[in-house]
Design a protein around this ligand. Structure first.
Ligand code: SAH
Length: 396
């Protein structure tokens, strides 16, 4: 265990139970942190917290306890069981794919566990958490009893890159995982497979379940353009709700291949023209030039801002794609526009979308704001965990 002594006056956030300890707050360190365990003490030497130590990261420790308890087997089991009980209360029926442990939101900073039917994927997001891998793995097996447990170690790499951690990591390290490894599961009775080997995130975007169900509820008789579609899950929800057509646009051929499989698995036709491999920024311009109009447009891009320095550029990207997408929405139609950049807060995102609507010359009103579902809890101690914003915009 390594002991981290804080600079005088730098203990405020730890006292407020914020789980991220930044390297700039550390005055000195003593001991050996190779077991991943850090003890945090104030300038007077009073112990305040314990957590996972990541020397290569700006967030040098993720704090797990503030009461003197040491993180270890028993604590991991307790927290995973508490996480399981929450899911038992909040998941919709016929849903076997869900976020089982949501990092800070389940008091397990740096740990994600996604369940896809019989398969669970444990993602260790920091170097310190990787050091606890074996104990976390057995806690996951005990609490969730998956048929198979896959472990993704994306932490060390991310920490060394010194970027801000995101609870919605983009393409994970392949780390020796078998490509094409599929895990079937249900979401609100619809059939999906997560690409748990080489896919993005842990293989599926579970955080959009609530938005998919809203889309399903309003899709009857409508045409849907699904931008940044990944494996086309929004389109499946729309078709299940009676949409007449859904078109997936993504730059990843592998994602579109999965999207075709999803159509077949749910009994929908898969016509070539409904799967478009393209850069969305170009694709929407072509559609605008051709005068296309859609009843529903879904725009769910990857996180454009991964670090603070990216925010301005990200804002321009969101504004650009939204401006063109808005012009594609038929009067009385919908735009579901999303941002999963934690650094772009809801206020800023709303301003960006407003600016896009002004430039497009098309007025919209916000009918609903919908983020991730209840299996993605956010700790009050760490509001940064709330990263996904989805605005349901209705064209006048
Ligand atoms: N809406 C999806 C998740 C989208 S993730 C779902 O519910 O499952 C973002 C997707 O955007 C990824 O599939 C990625 O391949 C794609 N992407 C990233 N940049 C792109 C671009 N410029 N043009 C097209 N697709 C892009």
């Amino acid at each position: 265990m390594i002991r981290l002594l804080l600079k005088p006056g730098r203990d405020e956030s730890v006292r407020r139970r914020h789980p991220w300890l930044f390297s700039g707050a550390i005055a000195s360190a003593e001991g050996d942190g190779s077991d991943g365990l850090a003890e945090v003490a104030d300038a007077a030497g009073r112990v305040l917290a314990h957590g996972a130590y990541s020397p290569g990261s700006q967030i040098v420790a993720r704090l797990w306890t503030f009461d003197g308890r040491l993180p270890g087997d028993e604590l991991f089991r307790e927290r995973f069981h508490a996480a399981r009980r929450l899911r038992e209360e909040v998941l919709p029926p016929e849903t076997t794919g869900y976020r089982a442990v949501n990092s800070e939101g389940d008091a397990c900073p740096g740990v994600l566990l996604d369940v896809y039917g019989e398969t669970a994927v444990l993602e260790l997001l920091t170097e310190g958490i990787e050091a606890w891998g074996a104990a976390l793995e057995s806690a996951a097996r005990e609490a969730f009893a998956p048929g198979e447990l896959i472990v993704k170690r994306s932490g060390g790499e991310r920490d060394r890159a010194r970027s801000r951690p995101s609870p919605r990591p983009s393409p994970g390290g392949r780390g020796g995982l078998e490509e094409g490894r599929r895990a079937p599961f249900l979401e609100n009775g619809l059939r999906f497979v997560a690409d748990v080997g080489a896919g993005q995130k842990t293989g599926f975007f579970l955080d959009q379940r609530e938005n998919r169900s809203r889309l399903r509820a309003l899709a009857r008789g409508r045409g849907v353009l699904n931008l940044f579609s990944y494996s086309g899950a929004f389109s499946i929800a729309a078709l299940a709700g009676g949409a007449v057509r859904a078109v997936d646009v993504d730059s990843s051929a592998a994602a579109l291949e999965l999207a075709r499989e999803h159509r077949a698995a749910n009994g929908f036709a898969a016509e070539d023209r409904d799967f478009v491999e393209a850069d969305v920024f170009e694709d929407v311009r072509r559609r605008a030039a051709a005068g296309e109009r859609w009843d529903v447009v879904v725009c769910d891009p990857p996180a454009f801002a991964k670090k603070r320095a990216d925010v301005d550029r990200a804002a321009r990207g969101y504004k650009d794609v939204n401006r063109v997408a808005m012009g594609l929405v038929a009067p009385g139609g919908w735009l579901l526009t999303c941002s999963c950049s934690g650094l772009v807060d809801p206020d800023l995102f709303q301003k960006i979308v407003f600016a896009a609507s002004l430039d497009a010359g098309v007025p919209f009103s916000i009918s609903a704001r919908q983020g991730a579902g209840a299996d993605h809890p956010v700790s009050l101690d760490c509001p940064e965990g709330e990263y996904l914003k989805g605005f349901w915009l209705r064209r006048a």
